[in-house]
Design a protein around this ligand. Sequence first.
Ligand SMILES: Cc1cc2nc3c(=O)[nH]c(=O)nc-3n(C[C@H](O)[C@H](O)[C@H](O)COP(=O)(O)O)c2cc1C
Ligand code: SF4
Ligand code: SF4
Length: 253
Amino acid sequence: MTIFYFTATGNSLEVAKSLGGRCVSIPSVFDSDKLCFEDDAIGVVFPCHFSDIPMPVSLFLRKVTLNTPYLFGVVTYGEMCGDVCKILDEYGKNCGNAFNFITSICMVDNYVPLWDVESQLKKLPKKDVPRQLARLYKEVEERKVGIQRVSLFGRLAGSFTRLVLGFMGNPYHRHRVEESKCNGCGVCSSVCPMGNISMYGHRPTVNSFCIGCGACTHHCPQNAIRWRGEKSRARYRNSSVSLLEIIHSARKL
Ligand SMILES: Cc1cc2nc3c(=O)[nH]c(=O)nc-3n(C[C@H](O)[C@H](O)[C@H](O)COP(=O)(O)O)c2cc1C
Ligand code: SF4
Ligand code: SF4
């Protein structure tokens, strides 16, 4: 089994690892000329971004050929993933990679302008991630088929979110480096899956090709990256994932 994943703070990598297959980060294969993979089962695991598929994942699905009798998708989310499972189902069909099974896993919400990490961590026991992962493992092992159902509310919330974002354009140029705290270590640049942070000497510069994933912000060892309107200064990395794994996940081979 091969599992392609995209992650910023490690939630999606935790899910990918829990399934026990070969984990391949999407940024690491993204620029390959020949994107064709074959296995007895293939998974695609990624975070929900505004009730939608993050751009690197949708581009990957458009470029890649996944030859497998069992293609499954898992969306990680924090509070409400709207109709993203349905969106993924339709998107997969349109680009020739139809999914057999799509589900979601509720974890810590890492979007700092909306949620405070500390209150998110308090909610974690209720979300019971180990139980969700055990359920997912069984479903994949049994090759469960079907697309997670979406309520009318989820559908409306998803459409509304995408509509608002469509009007706003790219809302992601919202973070800045606090120069007095930054020590020029370059971690932000190493974890950015878009290669969007350039280091000029010891000075990081955030460019304009940002998808707002939050990796730079959450992994900065100096906590020197601020988001406009952030709910608190607390930051998050999934406890079963190391900084090195995040750097590896963002790196092109
Ligand atoms: C830009 C952005 C948008 C997000 N949108 C949603 C959302 O619409 N619904 C939701 O429940 N969580 C949302 N989240 C939270 C993430 O989906 C969630 O924390 C996810 O598990 C993070 O996975 P990762 O650690 O693999 O990056 C968003 C996070 C970011 C950074
Ligand atoms: S990770 Fe933080 S401290 Fe290091 S260069 Fe980036 S902003 Fe500065
Ligand atoms: S600059 Fe930061 S938020 Fe934007 S894509 Fe890179 S890591 Fe993600």
